[in-house]
Design a protein around this ligand. Structure first.
Ligand code: G6P
Length: 489
């Protein structure tokens, strides 16, 4: 009875993100196969024990018929997930168009579409309209499932219009919004035609969170410079109403990685990899195949290293795992061919009859294979051109307790602010600098490796995803209590 009471009194947390943490594959007219993806956000929220969590998002599939929709709603309910159904046209305009062809590159400093990307953007206004419409559809689903007292946590650049839509439906709703990408300098945000509308929509939230202090600062500057509002140390004020703005750096569930290394299947993978690459140092890149990850630049830096250090040519191998993503967007298709072309050229140039310098895989690895790969790696290369945080760098560190390998990390990844003291920081655009950092990392003495690893390992195991989620949600609750006190005064 006591257990029931405590469960009944737990607050509900509605997590709203573009994608559900479940991928759905249709098996028949009314049957679905669901696969849970244990990404950063899912493991983070598993740690927030005081809340009962529900997920609201797109299942990543088009379900035009009512029978299919009803069956999917039922199947997802068992996983505490609630789908938002988006038709193909909306997905094309909102997700492929406005989110991935406009906001994503802009927030990563790659600018608004030019030349050939312009052709896909002539319909900027219709894409923005679709974006708003999609956000309204998310808001409707939230409204339908919302119970008074629920905390609503909106995620990422797909849903910048959502806080406003939610508050319009219910002024009392507790709304938080968190951005998983960088928020760029206000000078970059200024170029976006819908710059003001998006800022105002986000400001409707009670708490707005970013990975780093710099992103939060850029957001506040954008609000002051573009909207003429007052920025304070607490956030942004508009006619007496404060939107709290702060940094909440995400982490990983480090225990999950550390524990996995003890599993027999992971040990077997490690043994195989060690035998396969015996006598060679292993360098590793794990990225979504996205232009922000700087994969071509990284591979060119590796080529330069081999060019300048012939003695290393048969003693080092680069394993590049490039997970395909957003494959309907032409820019991503072009990147895939570009990477294949560069890898082919370098392997042709430096390969032998028995070995190649680069193993490039266009697919993801399962969790256990990935942990094994992290654990046998000597040098990890995370050279994103821009990255909100980059959790691959955290995962690598978590798996390196015995090897104490070196992390080469882009200074333009949010992680540089937390792992900078232990990593070798590089400017990923500077191929010469990255090439010489590769040499430095491969030759690094054991005591320096140990010291650098220790710094990062302590950070990764103490700043976990669970702590991140719990801090954001408790700050959101505090913000609301403070706002209520202010209005009573
Ligand atoms: C980034 C975004 C996430 C997104 C993920 C995968 O990490 O911040 O919101 O879910 O990329 O991209 P996708 O477009 O496949 O959802």
């Amino acid at each position: 009875c006591e257990r029931q009471d405590s469960r009944a009194s737990r607050e509900r947390l509605l997590v709203v993100a573009n994608r559900l943490p479940v991928s759905a594959v249709r098996r028949g007219v009314d049957s679905w196969h669901l696969e849970i993806s244990v990404g950063g956000l899912v493991s983070a929220l598993l740690g927030v024990k005081e809340f009962e969590t529900r997920w609201i998002g797109w299942a990543g599939v088009n379900v035009p018929d009512e029978i299919g929709q009803r069956a999917l709603i039922k199947a997802l309910a068992e996983k505490r997930c609630i789908p938002v159904f988006l038709d193909e046209e909306i997905v094309h305009q909102y997700y492929n168009g406005y989110c991935n062809n406009i906001l994503w590159p802009l927030f990563h400093y790659l600018g608004l579409p030019q030349e050939d990307r312009l052709a896909t953007t002539r319909s900027f206004q219709s894409q923005f309209d679709a974006y708003k419409k999609a956000n309204q559809m998310f808001a409707e689903v939230v409204k339908e499932h919302y119970v008074e007292g629920d905390v609503v946590w909106c995620h990422d650049y797909h849903l910048m219009f959502l806080p406003k839509c939610l508050k319009e439906r219910n002024r009392k709703m507790k709304v938080g919004w968190f951005l998983h990408t960088p928020f760029p300098s206000s000078e970059i945000h200024r170029t976006l035609p819908s710059r003001s509308e998006l800022l105002r929509s986000v400001l409707a939230a009670d708490l707005v969170g970013f990975h780093t202090y710099d992103y939060a600062r850029h957001f506040v500057s954008a609000c002051t410079r573009i909207l003429g509002l007052e920025g304070t140390t607490e956030g942004v004020e508009d006619q007496g109403r404060l939107t709290r703005v702060a940094a909440f750096p995400i982490g990983i569930d480090s225990d999950r990685f550390i524990r996995a290394l003890e599993l027999p299947q992971v040990q077997d993978h490690m043994k195989e990899l060690k035998e396969r690459f015996a006598g060679r140092k292993v360098m590793l890149g794990v990225d979504r195949l996205d232009m922000i990850k700087g994969i071509p630049q990284k591979i060119l830096a590796f080529e330069k290293f081999l060019e300048e250090n012939p003695n290393w040519r048969d003693k080092v191998v680069l394993l590049q795992i490039a997970v395909p993503t957003r494959t309907d967007v032409p820019e991503y298709q072009k990147l895939t061919s570009q990477v294949h072309e560069i890898v082919g050229r370098i392997n042709g140039r430096f390969g032998t009859l028995t070995a190649v310098p680069i193993h490039h895989l266009d697919r993801s690895l399962d969790f256990h294979a990935l942990c094994a790969l992290y654990a046998v790696t000597d040098v990890a290369l995370v050279t994103s051109l821009r990255d909100g945080m980059n959790l691959v760098s955290y995962e690598f560190v978590a798996c390196q307790a015995s090897k104490k390998g070196v992390l080469i990390l882009s200074e333009f990844a949010g992680a540089a602010q937390s792992l900078g003291a232990g990593a070798i920081l590089v400017n990923p655009w500077n191929v010469t600098e990255v090439a010489s950092s590769i040499g430095y990392a491969l030759n690094m003495p054991a005591d320096e490796r140990e010291k650098r690893h220790h710094h990062n390992f302590v950070h990764v195991t103490t700043h976990t995803s669970q702590e991140w989620a719990a801090t954001f949600v408790s700050e959101l609750n505090d913000t609301i209590v403070e706002a209520q006190l202010r209005t009573r005064q």
